[in-house]
Design a protein around this ligand. Structure first.
Ligand SMILES: [Zn+2]
Length: 214
């Protein structure tokens, strides 16, 4: 299997991928074009590791995030093999499987865990498999969250953004929430984190006493 210096000019010429539509790949109208540019594994104080997926898009200069619980929930654009990239390149941008360890050289295979990603050789697209990829037919908890600095980081009681953010994480991580008996994600789920402080008004405006919160 050739895994270094993958060459596919079709993929490289398309910087962004379309989410949710089958046409309009040039971004004229319709939904924004987005591309996952990096993924980082983050240990947490609450138990499970999470993955931060960083996205660029053609609508604003913000780097929006997907906070992903479960390594097997994968980004198609992140994991797609790109022109002339090496396995080292893939590890640097987070397109690897399993866990990194000293001396590891192959992003697409984790020898220690016995896991390997599979790809369509003609397109470079990641192929879903039971061993490596979350089954899309399973229920997946998703929260769309709008950035709120004061609510999330300054313990503000003027809004409940921080509480909602925390609860979303707890629900995704648990099997079920004891107080409500709501079914949790059992370690699988996504918080789409939109970098739009106060729904786009900015931190200065969002900090004014009279501002209606998100
Ligand atoms: Zn808020």
């Amino acid at each position: 299997m050739t895994i270094d210096n993958y060459d596919n000019s079709k993929q490289d010429s398309s910087k962004y991928e379309v989410s949710g539509t089958g046409d309009g790949r040039n971004g004229d109208g319709g939904l924004p074009l987005v591309q996952c540019v990096a993924r980082a594994r983050i240990p947490t104080t609450q138990g499970p590791d999470i993955f931060l997926h960083l996205y660029s898009n053609n609508r604003d200069n913000k780097e929006h995030l997907a906070i992903v619980f479960g390594e097997d929930i994968r980004s198609r654009s992140l994991f797609r093999r790109r022109q002339c990239e090496t396995q080292q390149d893939r590890m640097i941008r987070g397109a690897y499987i399993g866990k990194l360890y000293p001396g590891r050289t192959v992003a697409d295979e984790d020898d220690r865990l016995g896991l390997a990603l599979e790809f369509d050789d003609s397109t470079g697209e990641l192929l879903a498999s039971k061993a490596t990829t979350w089954d899309a037919h399973n229920d997946t908890l998703v929260r769309i969250h709008s950035e709120c600095y004061t609510g999330e980081n300054a313990w503000s009681a003027r809004c409940d953004c921080g509480e909602q953010f925390d609860r979303a994480g707890r629900l995704i991580a648990c099997d079920h929430e004891p107080t409500s008996n709501i079914k949790g994600g059992n370690g699988h789920g996504v918080i789409v984190y939109l970098r739009q402080e106060g729904r786009g008004i900015g931190l200065g405006e969002n900090s004014r006493p009279t501002t209606c919160k998100t």
